[in-house]
Design a protein around this ligand. Sequence first.
Ligand code: SAH
Length: 360
Amino acid sequence: MINNILNKEQLTQQDIVSLLKTEGDDRQELFNFAAKVKEAYVQNKVYLRGLIEFSNICGKDCYYCGIRRSNTKVKRYDLSENDILNAAYYAYKNNYGSIVMQSGELKSDKFTKRITRLLEKIREFSNGELRVTLSCGEQSLEVFKEWFDAGADRYLLRIEASNKELYQKLHPHDMLHSYDLRLQAIKDLRKANYQVGTGVMIGLPYQTYEDLADDLLWMQSIDIDMVGMGPYLEHHDTPLYDVKDLLLPKEERFDLSLKMIAILRIMMKDINIAASTAMQTIHPLGREKAIAVGANVFMPNITPCYVRGEYKLYEDKPCTDESPEDCRACVENRIASVGNDVAYGEKGDSFHYVRRKRET
Ligand code: SAH
C-alpha cells in the first residue's frame, strides 16, 4: 500500500525510492494518482512546442552524446536563417503556440548574435505571439539576458545528473564541462527572468535509485518551472558505450522514466513536464504513456527533413524520416488516444512560473 506515501505533503528520498520500485497494483496506483493530480492542476491538455534542431555543431564532448565534438562520423549541419524562420513560421501558422530552438553547444559572439537576430525576426513576424524556448547550452548571464530581451521566454538546460560525482563520470574534467558552472548557468537563467527548465537522463550507468530520488528533490529545491527528462540511450560512437553492460534493460529504463514523471507530477503539481522523444525511442507509444501519467508538453519535430537524420544524440531516434506535415495528424491522434486535448493556439506558460511571478 503506497497510499500513505502518495498523500504526504513532502516526499523524502526514501519515499521516492519506494515509489520508483513499485510493481503491479502499487505501480498502477502511482500512475492513477499522478493522472488525477495532472487533471486537477494542469488539466488534461497538452501544449505543443515545435522542435527545431537547428544545428548539430557542438563544442562539448559529453561521454554519452552522439553529437559530441569528437564524433567524427557525424555530418555537421547548421540550418540557414531562412530554414529556421520557415520552420518557426510553420509552427506559428499551425497554431502550435510555441517553439523550441535546440542546438549543440557553442559559445561565441557570432553564435550569440545569430540567435539574437533570429529571435527578433520571429518576434516580428508573430507579433510576439509565438513563445520561444531556447536550448542552446550554457552561456553567460549577459548572453541569457540579451536573448531574453530579443524575445526568448523559456530556456531548457538539463543538469543531466544532479549528483556531482555521477555528473563527473559522464563528462570530461575541464572547465567546459564543470558541474558547478552548469549549476550556475541554471541559476543565472532564473536571474534573467526565464521560465526555467531542466532535466536528467534516467537509467545512466552508475546511477542509483537514490540518485534519481535526489534528482527530483533537487528540482523541487530550485523551484523549477519545466522539466524534460527521459531514458538514457547508449550510442555506439561515444565513450560511455564501453560500459553498456552496466545498464538496465531498455524496458526498465523506460518504466523508471514513467515513474519519474509520475512522481514529479505529484511533487510539483503545476509545472510543465515534457514527454521526451527518447521515450518514444524505446516504446512506440512512449510519449503517450508519459502524457497519461503526468506529462503535459509534446514537442513535434519540425526540423526540415533533410538534416533530421544527423541530429542523433542517441541511436534509433524516431521520426527522422517524416515531414512536419506527417507529424501534425499523427500528433493529434497520439494525444487523443490517451484522453487529452491538444491546446492549439495556447502559449502554454508554466502555471508554476505564472504563480511565482504573481506572488513576487
Ligand atoms: N546542447 C544543448 C541541448 C542539446 S542536447 C545543451 O547542452 O543543453 C539535449 C539533451 O539530449 C541533453 O540535455 C541530454 O539530456 C539528452 N541526451 C544527449 N545524449 C543522450 C543519450 N545518449 N541518451 C538520452 N538522452 C541524451
